[in-house]
Design a protein around this ligand. Sequence first.
Ligand code: ATP
Length: 624
Amino acid sequence: KRLKIEVKETPKLSNYKYSQVPYSKVCSIFQEIESTSSRLSIIKICSDFFTEIVGEDPQNLIPTTYLFINKLGPDYEPGMELGLGEGLLMKTISESCGKSLAQVKNRYKEMGDLGQIAMEARNVQPTMFKPKPLTVGEVFVNLRAIANAQGKDSQTKKIKLIKRMLTACQGVEAKFLIRSLESKLRIGLAEKTVLISLSKALLKHERGEGEPSDEAVTMAEERIRDAFCQVPNYEIVINVCLQYGISQLQNHCKLRPGIPLKPMLAKPTKAITEVLDRFHGQVFVSEYKYDGERAQVHLLPDGTMRIYSRNGENMTERYPEIDIRDFLVDTSSTHSLIIDCEAVAWDKVNNKILPFQVLSTRKRKDVEAKDIKVRVCLFAFDLLCHNGEPLINQTLRERQDTLQRVTKPVDDEFRYATRLITSNTEELQHFLDQSVKDCCEGLMVKMVDGQESHYEPSKRSRNWLKLKKDYLNGVGDSLDLCVLGAYYGRGKRTGTYGGFLLGCYNQDTGEYETCCKIGTGFSEELLQQLYEKLKPTATDGPMAFYVFDSSAQPDVWFEPTLLFEVLAADLSLSPIYKAGSSHYDKGISLRFPRFLRIREDKPVEEATSSEQVVDLYEAQAHLS
Ligand code: ATP
């Protein structure tokens, strides 16, 4: 039985209001996941639950999926962030669960989990009437209303909505409701696991009876993941599956202007010889690797333009001076497109690129064209869609030809990435050196022809290699690691943290695996700032989803909130660190790690993955 749904647009929120799945069911599943460590068991728990609720009403799946991934909608749409502050939540818990604010605060100091506190308070609170049980539809719609509340009455409105839900909470519901409001579900459920479980449930729903084979599940998973990388919107992907079937995703769920696709990423390399080995006998192009911000520029058929960041965030208002139509050869024959570019700070007088630090001084919000002091030039390197037609399955040569046919460079504003096709080592070395002189990070080297040159959304592909000049002597690239804990400082560093325990993210398990202790590269001033920033995130013990060795425990544990970009001399197997320990008996750790900067622009789940750490380690073994 297929639903008739208009899949071109994001369906209206009101569709989900009616999802009657009891919220208590979702919460008891969360509770079960929280106490389960095996990933396969978690997938089974989730997919059985999704199968059950999709059978009752397919529309249940969308709000439920969002509750599972702890999001309210696609990342690229505004007003989808919760992350309410603890002050507001403590006040609300105290007012609706019969505790004084001081009691809530004290308890919070002791245990550091507001969800747990709300649950305990709620469960000993006498109630006159048994409240009407919460449904998924109601919770989801209320969460969105809370996230969207704006203006001077917004606090009051938020508190009112939370109170209304809290007073209806029973059992473990208050715990997970509060954690969802904080945007920290903390049950060790990775989004990738939810996607796999969802694929399994959708396939079962489609097939009707019986367990699908592992092969069929893997294929469904791949199709759904591919569709999601092009259209990162669960509503659209799920609705297309329900309406047309999973096998039809590729025909009905294609990238389109107005929805940022997940960008293709590159693998690090440490030497020109490594690049030559990889692309041996094939044509490859080397392009300058500009050091700015990725800008995926969309022109929509209605003439509007949007610029999205690497993480799919809408940054259009940051660049009021840019109008993509100025760079088109013919506005009447090109009505929509998506161009992959890097936005770089530009010195108009001297006609040259400025360092990244200059770009980062530009305001992020409410930017007025007249106030702009730092100019930006877009360096285009790919064309992903033209007049509604996705080009990602064309060769890079074809895409770049079309790019140059339909757009034109405009001095100081829009240029093509500087490129060179050669496999001559000296020429490459010279081009690499020149890129650095021209204020770039090094080179991006890409396959030009054949299927391997297709654009692979969201993949860190071997068909794109990065060659960063600064990292050639280290492991080939910097790593973005999550701060899991800290060590108290001694001597000059007394009163702040003197070192930190860092970890990478295992995308399969949703766990953070420790990979080094770091104490180098910090100024005293920075340590003070970090102390103030991290102290409020301290917990009374490690999170359940931290993988560490008992002999390498920090003095203080934190919730995962911050990434450090870190440089290392090399990687080695370690008896006490755990990165990649599901691949090897031992974990991998960084030797001589050095702090570079805080990565404010990446959410913690975008930390360097365990798989990347293993790749870097293996690439190093291969070279020696
Ligand atoms: P990660 O560390 O996760 O790979 P990152 O944000 O640190 O991500 P890099 O992998 O170092 O980025 O480099 C990829 C980025 O380089 C792209 O996201 C893009 O913004 C930028 N870039 C600059 N020039 C080019 C180019 N010619 N082709 C592709 N990307 C380019």
